[in-house]
Design a protein. Sequence first.
Length: 196
Amino acid sequence: MSKKIDQKNLAQLSDERLVALASKNNQTALEVLVSRYLKIIYNFVYRAVSSREEAEDLTQEVFVKLWKNLDKFDANKTFKPWLYKIAKNTYLDYYKKQQPSPFSALAESNLIKIQPLNQAWSLASESQESLMDKDLLQAKFNLAVASLEASSAEIVTMHHERDLSFKTIAQIKQQPLNTVKSKYHRALSKIRKNII
């Protein structure tokens, strides 16, 4: 009964406060943190690997790394980008072990799995495409993103596919916000030229 009360009270706390408690061996705080992000991180990893079994294994690995590195979290920073960085590094490490290859090959093998987004349809300036037209547009979009420089392709993927803000992407990639935005806009311009 007291555990449920603790979880209910802890659920009201910020991520950063939960990390502070969990780093002092508060198991319930860690459980609340994991339950808060389990589905989000699973979906993030699943989009990269496209396999439920691998996504489950990698998600578990992400949270084991989180648990082992709680004391390394910088309390002056935001938790979510730090967790995403752990997840990103975990699936990148996984792919390096599977098949060391250049970014373009990784893009083709679904490391950077690009899904066309509602916004992508507007790039073609067609409001009533048939399903076949959408499939063709998707293929063009995927090819256009895969042909981008690695850093730009990753920013496009993180912003559209994973719905991350530019600020979060800048924190994950440890780059200035304006650099991330300008790379994104240049990439979008190249995609637009290739799609239309």
